[in-house]
Design a protein around this ligand. Structure first.
Ligand code: NAG
Ligand code: NAG
Ligand code: NAG
Ligand code: NAG
Ligand code: NAG
Ligand code: NAG
Ligand code: NAG
Length: 352
């Protein structure tokens, strides 16, 4: 009886002291660590990277403050506080298959020791959910199709470490160092104990804002022709508006996806539906008209771009770079082993 009481009290005290020494947060914070394994394959439920239909948040993955005194190492560009320049630059990506489309969508995301960062976000999506998030009909999520991703992005805030920051030399919270010392070479449970408490990866840079995007699906044959044509024309810029409207329309495409935003904001979707509508008359007998949204309507259209500039707020995660917490292990042998175990486990996840 007494024993139980004592151990209970002791455990309580330890928890309390960790909370006092180490900050816990569900906000995006530079240098804070998350446990990548906790939600591997469905990180989209705690990081807003694709449209979501719920209340306002950008990041809600539990994170822990592992470094201390890093404020002076922080580089902040708050573009949301006025005077940022919105060029309305279009990005068009030619993706030979679905895999390339995922890689492209997540190209601003990187996770140390993971070759395909998109897997941490999307691996556990069903085909229906993938189709919904890409704005395309589920019948185009399988089979031999090619894709063009059109994307227009507005970055609002950009936070990163200054070049002087050196993780191995940074000061680490005492509670983290203490726990790191409990990790014994070859003792898996001590290692996972550390990861459960203080995480596996920490945030080394991030950017927030919003983007609008559209996926256009092509058959392989037409896609190759289209790509050749654009390459021959030495890029997109030399094409006339008419040519662009023609090539990226239902006349050539198998399927025009919906225009979406990374944040899922309904106001933007309504605007897109109203402002980006286009139509095409199918020369059948009798001819019939199909209407669709076309993000490329914004191209060279300064009036629409000005409207969109105001609408793209600070609502989604656009860039994230995660590095392993390896540097908090001061013993090189333990650190190397820790990284090896992370490596093996991430490879295991990738195979699944
Ligand atoms: C979005 O949310 C609304 C209400 O909150 C709900 O009626 C609707 O079904 C949701 N849509 C999707 C696609 O989840
Ligand atoms: C995610 O997918 C993998 C492999 O398909 C599976 O083993 C795992 O249980 C899934 N996780 C969840 C939370 O659905
Ligand atoms: C998806 O495409 C199939 C066949 O092309 C069609 O029958 C179906 O109605 C489409 N679904 C939606 C939601 O548009
Ligand atoms: C989902 O799509 C993949 C290809 O992207 C396909 O291999 C798989 O059969 C699809 N699953 C279902 C349930 O249709
Ligand atoms: C890290 O600290 C060590 C020892 O204090 C020093 O030799 C090394 O130059 C430092 N590295 C950086 C990048 O500051
Ligand atoms: C787009 O919608 C607006 C308003 O609903 C309409 O006036 C316009 O003609 C439509 N444009 C096209 C190309 O369908
Ligand atoms: C959606 O965007 C509009 C326009 O930028 C903004 O006023 C509104 O607050 C946003 N809504 C949410 C839920 O973020």
């Amino acid at each position: 009886m007494t024993l139980t009481k004592i151990s209970f009290g002791y455990g309580f005290l330890i928890i309390l002291s960790i909370c006092l020494v180490v900050g816990l947060s569900q906000n995006l914070k530079l240098g804070w660590a998350i446990n990548l394994f906790e939600r591997f394959g469905y990180l989209h439920i705690t990081m807003r990277v694709m449209p979501r239909n719920d209340t306002k948040w950008i990041f809600r993955e539990p994170s822990v403050e592992i470094f201390k005194d890093i404020e002076s190492m922080k580089k902040t560009e708050l573009l949301s506080e006025g005077n940022s320049v919105f060029h309305g630059n279009f990005n068009m990506f030619f993706c030979d298959d679905l895999h390339e489309l995922f890689k492209t969508y997540f190209q601003e995301f990187s996770i140390e020791r993971l070759d395909e960062p998109w897997e941490a976000f999307l691996e556990n999506f069903s085909n229906e959910t993938l189709a919904y998030n890409l704005g395309i009909n589920v019948s185009y999520v399988s089979g031999d199709h090619c894709y063009v991703l059109v994307k227009i992005t507005r970055v609002r805030d950009k936070i990163s470490f200054s070049p002087e920051f050196e993780a191995l030399n940074a000061s680490v919270n005492q509670a983290v160092l203490d726990k790191a010392e409990t990790v014994k070479l070859g003792d898996m449970s001590s290692l996972w104990g550390f990861v459960k408490t203080f995480g596996s990866h920490y945030i080394t840079s991030y950017a927030t804002g919003n983007s609008m995007y559209q996926v256009i699906v092509y058959s392989q044959k037409i896609y190759k022709k289209l790509r050749d044509k654009i390459e021959k024309a030495s890029g997109f810029q030399s094409l006339s508006n008419e040519e662009i409207n023609f090539l990226f329309s239902p006349q050539f495409a198998e399927h025009m996806g919906n225009v979406l935003t990374s944040s899922g904001n309904e106001t933007l979707l309504d605007w897109a539906e109203e402002s980006l509508n286009s139509s095409y008359t199918v020369p059948a007998d009798p001819p019939y008209k199909i209407t669709y949204s076309n993000l490329l309507k914004l191209y060279r259209n300064s009036k629409l771009l000005k409207q969109l500039e105001v609408l793209l707020g600070n609502e989604a995660l656009l860039h994230l770079k995660l590095m392993t917490v390896g540097p908090v292990f001061k013993d090189k042998q333990i650190r190397d082993w820790f990284l090896e175990v992370l490596d093996n486990n991430l490879k295991l996840w990738e195979v699944n």
